[in-house]
Design a protein around this ligand. Structure first.
Ligand code: AMP
Ligand code: MG
Length: 299
């Protein structure tokens, strides 16, 4: 990347951050400062290496996501968000997907008492607001990158995980995204395809009340989210069903015993959003100091 392109990407990134902050403030959200080290973090559904720091007689995980902190934070205020740095030691084979860094930032938000439809609608408003603000305020930057932004028209279509998997196989992300003309929601993941904290539909055992949003034109997954398990018994059952040790999630279970409110939310990757807006080929181009799995960094 030459300087002109780097400046354009920085300009778009700055605009994304300020557009999202202003939008969420207007919607009544308060911003949390990020948690980087935590006694417990997101198990994640796919394999990532452990990233742990030992200090003060205990282990601290580098945060893979702030899911549990979000669930706890909505006890204090009903709408919260955070620009959360995540460390996920992804396998080096993911260097070439265009979508994976091992350190990235997600805009992670949660709403107390919300259902999936409410956070889907919120996600659509947020994305449209960010795209339109970038279109308005980043014309030279978009021109420097040769990018013509598509116009997004919510509500975006929804397909179930089962429909997507029947059409393209269970690794449908790239093909479904490549063949979509606009963003598309994938809803109702099966329990075994996701982390234990996405809520299982009481009326449809094995099906989760959750979603992903895919960008069009092959840019792949934009965000993941859903309604959350918040009752201790149900969380314990889902942890066991995934073959995880409940003791590792003792802090979450203790919080749930005290009382966690129902909530729903999502996390949208900032680098992937800027990659989409800029029409870039790899998320690494979004960062001046990218952390690409398996690639040596000088600074
Ligand atoms: P998840 O809840 O695991 O889906 O993560 C939330 C969002 O963060 C995803 O939808 C992506 O936009 C983004 N994301 C997840 N993993 C990565 C990664 N390794 N590199 C860059 N962005 C990521
Ligand atoms: Mg995801």
């Amino acid at each position: 990347m030459n300087d002109v392109r780097q400046v354009a990407v920085l300009k778009i990134t700055s605009e994304v951050l300020s557009a999202a902050r202003a939008f969420l403030a207007r919607e009544g959200f308060l911003e949390l400062l990020p948690v980087i080290l935590a006694p417990v973090t997101d198990p994640l559904h796919h394999a990532t290496e452990r990233a742990v720091v030992a200090a003060y007689g205990q282990e601290w995980h580098l945060t893979r996501s702030m899911i549990f902190h979000k669930q706890a934070a909505v006890r204090v205020w009903d709408k919260i968000f955070c620009f959360s740095p995540n460390v996920r030691l992804e396998p080096p084979e993911r260097a070439g997907t265009g979508r994976h860094l091992f350190e990235f930032v997600q805009l992670d938000l949660e709403v107390r008492g919300a259902d999936r439809d409410a956070v889907i609608a919120l996600g659509e408003r947020l994305l449209v607001h960010v795209v339109e603000q970038v279109r308005d305020r980043c014309r030279p930057a978009l021109a420097a990158l040769g990018r013509e932004l598509p116009t997004l028209r919510p509500p975006f279509p929804r397909v179930t995980w089962r429909e997507a998997a029947a059409r393209y196989g269970s690794n449908f992300e790239e093909r479904l995204s490549a063949e979509s003309e606009g963003p598309v929601w994938v809803v109702d993941f099966p329990g075994e395809a996701r982390e234990f904290y996405d809520r299982e539909d009481p009326a449809r055992p094995g099906i989760l009340v959750d979603m992903d949003l895919l960008y069009p034109d092959g840019f792949g997954e934009a965000l993941s989210g859903g309604e959350r398990e918040h009752e201790a018994d149900r969380i314990r059952r889902r942890i066991l069903a995934q073959g995880l040790p409940p003791a590792a999630y003792a802090p979450l279970l203790a919080l749930a015993e005290e009382g966690l409110p129902p909530s729903a939310g999502f996390g949208i990757g900032v680098e992937r959003l800027v990659r989409f807006l800029g029409g870039l080929s790899h998320v690494g181009e979004v960062r001046l100091f990218p952390r690409v799995p398996g690639v040596h960094a000088v600074l």
